[in-house]
Design a protein around this ligand. Structure first.
Ligand SMILES: Nc1ncnc2c1ncn2[C@@H]1O[C@H](COP(=O)(O)OP(=O)(O)OP(=O)(O)O)[C@@H](O)[C@H]1O
Length: 205
């Protein structure tokens, strides 16, 4: 099976701190992979490297053979950051569907419904709760059925009922062929993982 995401000997230094050391792994399409580790273990940094937000200090990160920093296509790699980063003046529906609208595509009807957002679709994002904003940003991450979806703590602001919806959305994305890579310490997501990547102090164990 062809690997979609590949890391080879990735080390990343910020200031005087070595945040990640010698990380190597490869992941194919259509998997739920979980990057698990304590606060400060380097999960967000690793997601940002795979998202191409920055390059590693040494080693390589590739998406389908291309350097991650060269990939600027939301249909290829989509990222849910820890803070939802929505456009506050746009509605929930406009935010969630923005990547599709920018491409002239009709968003899939289920994209808001499956995350419990259909009743909020016309409300400005700044008038919603943090949990609702996070689910809107999850919908935006998944709306193009990207090859790779990177999600940083996607259940951080959800109650149990909405955690279940987030888990269903993630498993539906995997069923549609997306490689879903989640950074979390939420055991409910870890229990569903096809691939578990435990990170301790910047090293895979
Ligand atoms: N700009 C920076 N300069 C120096 N150290 C940094 C910088 N950014 C992050 N770090 C350090 O890198 C380490 C990993 O941070 P990162 O945010 O990747 O961890 P995390 O596992 O995602 O944590 P959390 O679960 O709390 O979000 C932490 O020790 C953090 O203090």
């Amino acid at each position: 099976m062809t690997d979609l995401v590949r890391l080879e000997s990735v080390t990343h230094v910020r200031g005087s701190t070595t945040v990640l050391s010698e990380i190597s792994f490869a992941l194919p399409r259509a998997r739920l992979a979980v990057l698990a580790g304590r606060s400060g273990s380097g999960k967000s940094t690793l997601l940002h490297l795979i998202g191409g937000v920055m390059a590693p200090s040494s080693g390589s990160v590739t998406i389908d053979g291309a350097p991650a920093t060269s990939v600027h296509d939301w249909a290829q790699v989509a990222l849910l950051p820890q803070r939802p980063a929505l456009a506050p003046e746009l509605t929930v529906g406009e935010n969630a569907h923005l990547p599709a609208r920018l491409r002239g595509r009709t968003p899939p009807p289920a994209s808001l419904i499956r995350l419990g957002l259909d009743a909020l679709s016309t409300r400005p994002a700044h008038d919603t709760s943090l949990g609702e904003q996070q689910r809107t940003a999850i919908a935006r991450t998944l709306v193009l059925t990207p090859a790779v979806a990177l999600l940083d703590e996607p259940t951080a602001h959800q109650d149990d009922e909405h955690v279940a919806l987030v888990l269903e959305a993630l498993t539906a994305a995997v069923a549609e062929g997306t490689l879903v890579l989640v950074a979390t310490h939420d055991q409910r997501i870890i229990d569903l993982a096809d691939v578990l990547l435990p990170l301790h102090s910047g090293r895979l164990s």
